[in-house]
Design a protein around this ligand. Structure first.
Ligand code: UDX
Length: 463
């Protein structure tokens, strides 16, 4: 396999497959396969359904180079050097991950091996889908043992919003691999792809690589839940401020400043799913009950309700109150709402009888299905969404909100009550006519107020 001439096939044109595919296609020949006709057509039309910085540009470049070939699985294929499996492994209702898509891909490769695999047995099948330790060998080792192909597990660490950047400049590449020859070929491939940029390549057993993905995401989720738990304590301490504390501890290089932003907790397709899957896995293998992992989830699941509680403390009865929700996406720069805190918040407000206005800068690209039953009113313009409302909740820290002043943002509100789940205005002066509440400050007031003044104030604070 000469690195410059590599033929790659990617199963799954979703978030991971598509972002990885357009990056590989800047240098190699990539076939992108999916079972979803709409998805494939949208890629062919240079209009992917995913909102991701740089994706459209890279797709366009690859289309111009004719180095990306979106195809339906029903079409015909030719053998390639490497097959990446990037299909989803969604959780079932109990937190176990569902392998049916991965299994189906493996079955397809096996049934149509002359189409996908080189007769020499040199094709490397690389699992990128996140799977619990043991799965890759369980599904593919027998093919490797029969010399039909070589196999590897190579986790992705793409964060949404920066997926293209993360693909081009990863902190490391982890290769779980059984055979030395395949390891050398994959290493050479990545060294060539990264233009000898000295990206660390760490090789290990397939099981360790599978485990590394879960351990990495669980650790990052742990940091967030830790910051959130400290934020709860800070709220009871006069003059304390969560950001000051996190800044103070983050100067210690052993801690670092990343993933210590407290707020309404983590969402997305990875953290909640991966931590829960690891807990389920521990049960399956009859390991000690993981205390920390369960704590991460417990702290996180409570976060959205704390925000609703803050709002309720101010407005008391939410029935018929008009509330603006700013942001649906689980984080800025993505249209993904999987496990987004906005879902539980909107559900709680709806149950309390609130009238819910919703804005998100990429609302056109958001799948609104999970909100269907809640009668939300969708706004494309943030000012219209805020017009005449009794309160606004900041759920996603989009630049569109941050770049405004609090006065500008609240100008059309009937009652200027802002409950900020992301602390986006804590670096500014809060005008006296605006009631601004957030997490991680005593009495949820920013700037922090002395608890003694509470009695002088008419507000019904949460204790
Ligand atoms: C994550 C990992 O970062 C990535 O490496 C992995 O492969 C997939 O999961 P992603 O889910 O896209 O990526 O988003 P990330 O930026 O990690 O944020 C996850 C969630 O944590 C978001 O809801 C975000 O708002 C929240 N978060 C993040 C915090 O609440 N505080 C922080 O300090 C950081």
């Amino acid at each position: 396999m000469r690195a410059g001439n590599v033929k790659i096939l990617i199963f799954g044109a979703g978030y991971v497959g598509l972002c990885t595919g357009v990056c590989f296609a800047q240098k190699y020949d990539v076939t992108l396969v999916d079972i979803d006709k709409d998805k494939i057509n949208s890629i062919k039309n240079n209009n992917p359904k995913i909102h991701e910085d740089g994706l459209e540009k890279f797709l366009k470049l690859a289309r111009e180079r004719e180095s990306i070939h979106p195809k339906l699985i029903s079409e015909k294929f030719n053998p390639v050097d490497m097959i990446f499996i990037c299909v989803g492994t969604p959780p079932d209702t109990d937190g176990y991950i569902d392998f049916k898509f991965v299994e189906k891909v493996v079955k397809t490769i096996e049934e149509r091996k002359t189409e996908f695999l080189k007769p020499s047995g040199e094709t490397i099948i690389i699992m990128k889908s996140t799977v619990i330790p043991g799965t890759t060998n369980q599904l593919l080792k027998r093919l490797e043992d029969k010399n039909i192909c070589e196999i590897s597990f190579n986790p992705e660490f793409l964060a949404q919003g920066t997926a293209i950047q993360n693909t081009l400049n990863p902190s490391r590449v982890i290769l779980g691999i059984n055979k030395k020859k395949a390891l050398k070929r994959l290493k050479d491939f990545y060294i060539d792809f990264y233009n000898n940029k000295n990206i660390p390549i760490v090789d290990m057993s397939i099981e360790s690589a599978e485990f590394s993905k879960y351990a990495a995401n669980s650790f990052l989720a742990l940091k967030i839940s830790f910051a959130n738990e400290i934020a709860d304590l800070v709220e009871k301490v006069e003059n304390a401020d969560i950001d000051q504390i996190m800044e103070g501890i983050s100067k210690d290089p052993r801690i670092s400043s990343l993933f210590l932003r407290s707020g309404i907790g983590f969402g997305g397709s990875c953290f909640p799913k991966d931590v829960k899957a690891l807990i389920r896995f521990s049960e399956e293998i009859s390991a000690e009950t993981p205390i920390l992992l369960s704590g991460i989830i417990k702290v996180n699941e409570n976060r959205p309700f704390r925000l609703v509680k803050l709002l309720r403390n101010q407005l008391k009865d939410l029935n018929n109150k008009k509330i603006a929700i700013l942001g649906l996406a689980f984080k800025p720069d993505t249209n993904d709402i999987r496990e987004a805190p906005s879902i539980s918040i909107i559900k709680a407000l709806w149950r309390s009888g609130a009238i819910i206005n919703v804005h998100d800068p990429v609302i056109d690209k958001i799948d609104l299905e999970p909100f269907k039953e809640f009668n939300i009113r969708i706004f494309k313009d943030v000012d219209e969404c805020l017009l005449g409302v009794d309160a606004c909740l900041i759920i996603t820290e989009w630049d569109e909100y941050k770049k405004q002043s609090l006065e500008e943002l609240t100008r059309g509100m009937r009652n200027k009550l802002v409950v900020d789940g992301r602390r986006i205005f804590t670096d500014r002066q809060v005008p006296t006519e605006i009631d601004y509440f957030t997490i991680g400050n005593p009495l949820n007031r920013y700037p922090p107020v002395n608890p003694i003044t509470r009695e002088l104030n008419n507000k019904n604070y949460d204790e």
